[in-house]
Design a protein around this ligand. Sequence first.
Ligand SMILES: *Cc1c(COP(=O)(O)O)cnc(C)c1O
Length: 226
Amino acid sequence: MLRESLQAIKQRIDNQARLCHRDPNTITLLAASKAQSHEVLREAYVAGLRQFGENYLQEGIEKQKKLQDLSITWHFIGPIQSNKAAAISAHFDWVHSVARASIAHKLHQYRAATQPRLQVCIQVNLDSEPGKSGVRIEDCEDFVLLFSQLPRLELRGLMAIPMPHTEYSEQFNSLIRLKQLQEHLNKTYNLRLDTLSMGMSMDMEAAIAAGSTLLRVGRALFGERE
Ligand SMILES: *Cc1c(COP(=O)(O)O)cnc(C)c1O
């Protein structure tokens, strides 16, 4: 079952990449594995997946313990509570959901010098939705400057969870703003942000067209969550 859905997702990626004149190898598939058991993650690993994204610290750590024998890259993709930042920094390879300066400072502070640098993305509130986590587009310039003082963090790019549009054109119009922001920041500050973490089960095609380099896919891979 998982094998088949993985095959179908890869086919969607290949088809859309071809339509967009993109190399499908420049698009990484991350399994958004919240609410899935460690057995299911192991099955996904055997099927070929190596990147897993978790939303909750405890749940993520428990799966990591059970899957220690596998070479998984662990991504934290959920909202970050201040009192969890230290443990998130210690246990994950990537954090996609950095949206507050105080959190960035904590992630930096608790990343051991013996570990590789923590790979981070800034979560952007693309549609300026009130109450939704993410840095507003207009505040991103100031926010990226912070990272020059945080050498244990490597700022890799931008992440977004746009409004759940069902129309392709609406999805695309929202997602393309993240691409434009990436280009603007790279040009203005001479950065080399190479990661656009966007695209989920329902908007993968629009995200690929808009330049996504990392799709976070849950339901299309594992089925509906309980
Ligand atoms: C759950 C989740 C996803 C995956 O969403 P699906 O609709 O299940 O593909 C992607 N990103 C984040 C941050 C999530 O929490």
